[in-house]
Design a protein around this ligand. Structure first.
Ligand code: ZN
Ligand code: ZN
Length: 597
């Protein structure tokens, strides 16, 4: 699944000029609307350039390499610059009359305003730079820059040589900023910074050996690479030997962020028209509905799989679990895993077209490939889409290889991605899920949306598309397919319940694992991994269900309003045409347009 990460990082800046230096729109013969749009487009362009000056590491990770040589020192002065940058740009936004902007710019306006308020929230209230030692780690961006295909190793190493100069100051600032770390984020900071040492001693030294630089230059670079690796090791060791031992379970800051911060983070990251609490309640209700549906199916087909088992006291979740385990035995062979997925893509495309769900442009086929080495280890399947500065790039459906699995691990994995779930996975990742959404969003290109795109809309669409496919008869309405769909869907629903329960309602680890195993039919290992994720992240786990709920409800609302005139294909295409904008704004625009007709 695509991960959405809000940029709160610790990169940044040669801060030159910032924010609101866009010129006023020149008088033209255009209509007032075009005029406002032209002026807003110009502002956006200047804003993005200033954003990259402010956050050069973020720029590098997006494929914009102008500021690769700059490593920002994340101290208090820098945080004040961030605030000033956000405030100046919020002021600039006020100069635009939003009612005169095009639909695409209206949503861009809202997205920018939200992101800027989110920056201020992060610095002034969320303050993870004080409690999350893992928020300091220079490794990722160095790796991103090294993977830039448009420059030679020599060029990249010279730029990285400059970038490395600030690493000691960077970690000195980190040590000063950390005030009340949580135990969990301290452990993560240790692990990840140790891991990043390999970017220097491995990746960078390797690529240095492949260059033909003079001995002197090469030695200078090598010395700085070694110094940098040492700074990372020292930071990790400081966390391990000085910070960690002083943290006591009873008194250390909790990783649970509590109701007030949770609601605010939800507001900025998810941008729903619901509160977090409302979504939590909807998720609990949805979980009950799904479990009831699963029980119905269990009653219907249990004896087909267990002809000799008699149920004396009525069916319960226990039989549902038995049934899921049994049906999961139907799966492809390890060797056929990728070819099976390759076969699914044209089949899904055909189904979407036969059932009139969505027009799919046949000119941009999806490339299914074996997961590249640098992604290996993250088993499963994922979508890689081209970044905002790589418009012509391919989209890849990456399929994890099972080659390094033991027979037992492979079997467990294949049961999880069994015959039914594997198809639902391809619906989610590819067609009509993430890949289809991406094609539509590329038709109305917006750099703002490709950088600040709404994760809840993107994930919500993929989750919604699973349901839309099954409702259209995908899988021939076989009860097995529906049962497996519900199990899959429960994961999104329970992610939301779990996240809110842990961060706001103080759910314990034991309760969480029990909940996922019993209520969501997960394996113990999967539940333990989820616990880890919920203790290190906040709010992101709610994006799937929140987006799904808002899209599904919007569809039902439009159906009611349009009656006989409602057309599913038109609804889907219209919805996707707004790009990766928060559903609440797409909803406003669609209802507005409907009212105008
Ligand atoms: Zn996803
Ligand atoms: Zn098997």
């Amino acid at each position: 699944m695509k991960k959405f990460i809000l940029p709160i990082f610790i990169v940044v800046s040669l801060f030159t000029s910032c924010g609101n230096n866009q010129q006023a729109a020149q008088p033209t013969n255009q209509s007032p609307t075009q005029n406002m749009d032209t002026s807003f487009d110009r502002y956006k362009e200047a804003f993005i350039e200033n954003l990259w000056k402010m956050y050069p590491g973020w720029a590098s990770s997006q494929g914009y390499h102008k500021y690769d040589s700059v490593l920002v020192v994340p101290d208090d002065a820098y945080h004040q610059k961030e605030i000033a940058f956000a405030k100046q740009n919020l002021d600039s936004l006020k100069k635009f009359d939003i009612s005169k902007l095009s639909s695409s710019n209206k949503t861009d306006f809202h997205i920018l305003e939200n992101a800027l308020n989110g920056f201020i929230f992060n610095v002034n209230e969320f303050k993870d730079y004080e409690w999350n030692p893992a928020s300091y780690n220079v490794g990722g961006t160095f790796a991103d820059i090294l993977q830039n295909k448009n420059e030679s190793n020599e060029e990249k190493l010279r730029v990285l040589y400059l970038r490395m100069a600030n690493i000691p100051a960077y970690y000195a600032a980190a040590k000063k900023m950390i005030k009340n770390p949580t135990i969990e984020h301290t452990d993560l900071g240790i692990k990840q910074n140790k891991g990043s040492v390999d970017v220097f001693k491995g990746m960078m030294l390797d690529s240095l050996r492949k260059t033909h630089m003079g001995a002197h230059e090469s030695q200078m670079i090598e010395a700085r690479i070694n110094e940098s690796a040492k700074a990372l090791e020292e930071y990790a060791s400081w966390l391990e030997k000085e910070v960690k031992p002083a943290l006591k379970k009873e008194t250390a800051k909790s990783f649970r962020i509590g109701k007030e911060l949770y609601e605010k983070k939800f507001l900025y990251d998810i941008q729903s028209h619901y509160t977090a609490e409302e979504i939590y309640k909807k998720a609990v209700q949805r979980k009950d509905e799904i479990q009831a549906e699963m029980l119905k199916i269990t009653k219907e087909i249990f004896n087909k799989y267990f002809p000799n088992v008699r149920i004396a006291n009525g069916f319960t979740k226990e039989q549902t679990k038995m049934l899921i385990d049994e049906i999961s035995k139907k799966h492809v062979k390890a060797a056929d895993f990728q070819s099976e997925i390759e076969k699914q893509i044209p089949m899904l495309t055909q189904f979407v077209s036969d059932k009139n769900l969505l027009f799919m442009d046949p000119k941009k086929p999806l490339v299914v490939r074996k997961e590249p080495a640098y992604m290996a280890g993250v088993a499963g399947a994922s979508m890689s889409s081209p970044g905002p500065y790589d418009k012509e790039g391919n989209s890849y459906y990456n399929v994890g290889s099972l080659a390094n699995y033991s027979a037992e691990e492979a079997e467990s994995y294949l049961r999880e991605y069994n015959y039914y779930i594997l198809q639902i996975l391809s619906i989610h990742e590819a067609i009509p899920g993430h890949y289809a959404q991406l094609i539509y969003s590329n038709q109305s290109p917006s750099i703002v949306k490709s950088i600040f795109g709404n994760g809840a809309m993107v994930e919500g669409w993929a989750v919604y598309s699973e349901r839309a496919m099954l409702e259209s008869g995908f899988g021939n309405n076989e009860p097995e397919m529906w049962l497996m769909y519900y199990k899959w869907h429960l994961r999104s629903v329970c992610n939301t319940i779990l996240d809110y329960s842990v961060h706001v309602l103080n759910m314990s680890k034991e309760e969480a694992v029990k909940f996922l195993v019993e209520d969501a039919f997960q394996q113990k290992q999967e539940a333990e991994n989820k616990w880890k994720r919920v203790s290190l992240t906040q709010v992101q786990l709610t994006s799937y269900f929140t987006g799904y709920t808002e899209i599904y409800e919007l569809r039902e609302e439009m159906k009611k309003k349009l009656g006989d005139k409602f057309n599913l294909k038109e609804f889907h295409e219209k919805f996707l045409s707004y790009g990766s904008a928060p559903v609440k704004y797409i909803r406003e625009l669609m209802l507005e347009e409907k009212a105008a007709n």
